[in-house]
Design a binder for this molecule. Sequence first.
Ligand code: PEP
Length: 255
Amino acid sequence: MKKFIIAGNWKMNTSLKEASNIANTLNELDNTQLSNEIIICPPFLWLEPIKKIISSEKIHIGSQNCYYQPNGAYTGEISISMLEELGIEYSIIGHSERRQLFYEDDELINKKLQALLKSKVKPILCIGETLEERQQNKTFEIVTTQIKKAFANINISDLDKITIAYEPIWAIGTGVSATKEQAQEVHLFIRNFLNQFYNSSAQNIKILYGGSLNDKNAEELLNMPDIDGGLIGGASLKIDSFIKIIQIAENISLG
Ligand code: PEP
């Protein structure tokens, strides 16, 4: 049975009331029936109140970012131990908005990945190419470089804690998703590359697709053999759409 991860990245959206409404609606899902893992990533300030609302074991909470230092003079940053203290189970790192708008580079993302692997918070590492890079046929080269740099000094024994999200930047928030063939091609490439890099130990690594995934295209994307779930921005804020995507994943899992 294929097991999916369906993750929602709320970005800098929602009032506390809106966030609570989404969390309360997700609680109503019959969690004893859910075979897949659901993750929601609210803004930092809402992590604690949303964590308190969520009562289902199948719904996990993630942050959208973290800093790698344990504490100190890093104004405005949130440490991994702070996330651990709240019981936050996942953290997105390397999202293209962090890379592009906040100048995060592969070296910093590698430090975050290493720090997360020493903690109880599991990383969701985002990678992906720009439109220009795709048009120049550089997609494989870009994801290879991002993976090599992010995975520097990462042990084979930690691989099963890492989730990768392939998010072509040209598909994020644009309404233009990668086609199922385009996404599958890159997912397979990433899996093969990691297997080569880690001597065939990466076959179980989860690779999520992100980029305008919605309730209309979820079925065809999630049916591809190397797509293990989705990292969903806009559609995760529309509770009906998000629930439809969760149900589509369930139907595929149950065959
Ligand atoms: C994202 O923010 O990771 C994302 C994929 O956004 P959207 O689904 O809105 O394209």
